[in-house]
Design a protein around this ligand. Sequence first.
Ligand SMILES: [Zn+2]
Length: 105
Amino acid sequence: MKIRKNDNVMAISGKDRGKTGKVLHVFPKTNKVVIEGINIRKKHSRPKKQGQKGQIIQVSAPMDASNVMLVCSSCNKPRRAGYKVFSAEGGNKRTRICKKCGSEI
Ligand SMILES: [Zn+2]
């Protein structure tokens, strides 16, 4: 999966289509991501003590990584990402690049 934590991504399907947010968690095994402010679910919490009120907490639910696109910080648009391989000390390394402008994302 090309998406990493703290990436800026845009939702491309679902009710939050077109919204952007920061990646908070990545689950490579299930190919899911949690994005700040996207795919919000309401959770109801019961009062724990007497006299306390139950609350509704809004949390971002995991969504499929195929439903989000990386946002290139140079073009400021959702872009497909590619990899560029370069040789460095200790062997080849790869960096993730924007397929449109070629800058690192
Ligand atoms: Zn770009």
